[in-house]
Design a protein around this ligand. Sequence first.
Ligand SMILES: [Mg+2]
Length: 239
Amino acid sequence: MVDFSTIRYVALDADDTLWMNEPIFVKTQDACRDIIDDFITDPKELDEKLYEYEKKNLRLFGYGVKGFVLSMIETVIELSNGKASGSQIQQIIDLGKEMLDHPVHLLETVENSVKVLAEHYTLLCITKGDLFDQENKLARSGIADHFDIVEVVSEKNEQTYTDLLKRHNIPADQFLMAGNSLKSDVLPVLQAGGKAIHIPYHTTWEMEKVSEHQAAGYNYLELGRLSELVDLLRTESQS
Ligand SMILES: [Mg+2]
């Protein structure tokens, strides 16, 4: 059993925790595949090569749409042996622009849960990705005002959380983070001494997946939606 009675700070991940994100990447990847259909024989070729470039480029571009677009372009250039046309490259850039312009769709129960959590806790949003895009999505989400602290970070590991807690004078035992990624939102928070809740989303990016043995031995709860966190904390504070 995890004890939540000491919690004063609640942090939420953004992509696929507050709003839908991964399906936009999946849809864009499908559209990219259509653009270079003539150059590939197996649809998997694009997925595998693109993932290779994403992994390789992460060190240079970081997370987010812009890096994804550049990785798609490199993938298409390689898979077409340099024969992809300027207009095909332009189509890929346009796909990226559409992603950045995509309406923000809040996930089920998020709007009300965030409001209630903000009334009882210092509320943080901790997200990684392009700074401008993440800030822009939060601004368009309609829920930005409920957050006391917003942090767009370049990576979410134990050091990130340790530094962040120190920067805001947050004792680790008063800190709870909830998010859809075990790798980014749960395991490193536990390593930094905080508490964590996993709220899985139906689709997870390859890079965010962790194997079962990596997650074994860690003490965290899994919930189905954000309102269940509100219920859980409410029950805790009454007991
Ligand atoms: Mg996420």
